[in-house]
Design a protein around this ligand. Structure first.
Ligand SMILES: Nc1ncnc2c1ncn2[C@@H]1O[C@H](COP(=O)(O)OP(=O)(O)OP(=O)(O)O)[C@@H](O)[C@H]1O
Ligand SMILES: [Mg+2]
Length: 268
């Protein structure tokens, strides 16, 4: 479970006045069960569009996504999403947020309580079950969002900048948590980020996308996620090859952004 195949996916958005944006062009990628992929690329290169196609929120204009042999035609419980922020039910308790999916499916209360107890312990919020969401910090809310996603037991977890709104210290702790969940659950994980360091730390595989049209530019296999499981992430950042890789990718993305700016200036 969790074998994901993206086959020649293209997405064109038609705009008013007959114009169109080619948000994705001929994107192909195969991910095996339990792979951890991070996706990096300048703003507008189609990262969110790709994730929404994987989630089934958008149908591509060409190509298809196949999960465990079945074409994706819409949203489904085997694919869970974690958004940047604000996707929790503010008026519900932490526990009710976490067990929302199982409750909708009719899981008995005792079983739901056991499940939410276990998941909240896993994400380090054991003492916060009965708090309201608005009482929690941003980092705690993202822990709830992770627990809620896991409560549906998806095969694939899709995350769009899940840590983007957090302060540096909280973000680092959450990066450790993402690695721990990935290892413990064996789920396939795709994580979009704007941070080069985060992409290196949280990807055994890293795809760098390029814009106009949105496409896959580079596909790396990296040792850092494996090194980071249960370890101090600052040590990983100091480990062999990390700084060189970070510089290589930063230059690549700056190059793309310069090109975008150049084109934008030329166009005006
Ligand atoms: N619903 C839509 N209608 C028209 N154009 C869209 C739509 N959604 C996305 N686009 C365009 O498609 C391109 C890719 O957008 P997308 O949001 O996927 O980029 P992104 O890589 O996630 O960017 P960011 O890093 O800023 O989040 C952009 O040019 C965007 O303006
Ligand atoms: Mg985006």
């Amino acid at each position: 479970m969790g074998d994901l195949s993206i086959r020649n996916v293209s997405m064109r958005f038609d705009l008013p006045g007959g114009r169109a944006v080619q948000a994705l062009q001929d994107v192909s990628l195969d991910l095996g069960q339990g792979e951890l992929l991070s996706v990096l690329g300048p703003s507008g290169c189609g990262k969110t569009t790709l994730l929404h196609i994987l989630a089934g929120f958008l149908a591509p204009t060409a190509g298809q996504v196949v999960l465990d042999g079945r074409p994706v035609t819409g949203p489904g419980p085997e694919r869970g999403m974690v958004f940047q922020q604000g996707a929790l039910f503010e008026w519900m308790s932490v526990r009710r947020n976490v067990d929302f999916g199982p409750r909708m499916k009719g899981m008995p209360k005792a079983e739901r309580d056991r499940l939410s107890d276990r998941l909240l312990e896993t994400v380090g919020l054991g003492g916060f079950k009965d708090k309201a969401v608005y009482e929690l910090s941003g980092g705690m809310q993202q822990r709830v969002a992770l627990a809620r996603c896991l409560a549906n037991d998806p095969d694939v977890i899709l995350m769009d900048e899940p840590l983007g709104a957090l302060d540096a210290l909280t973000r680092e702790k959450m990066q450790g948590l993402v690695l721990k969940l990935w290892k413990e659950t064996g789920k396939t994980v795709i994580l979009i980020t704007h941070s080069v360091e985060e992409a290196l730390l949280l990807g055994e595989r890293l795809v760098v996308m390029a814009p106009r049209p949105g496409r896959i530019f580079r596909d790396y296999r990296l040792p850092f996620a494996e090194r980071g499981v249960g370890a101090d992430l600052r040590e990983v950042k100091r480990s062999a090859g990390f700084a060189e890789m970070r510089d290589e990718i930063l230059s690549m993305i700056w190059g793309m952004e310069d090109e975008i700016m150049g084109r934008a200036e030329g166009a005006s």
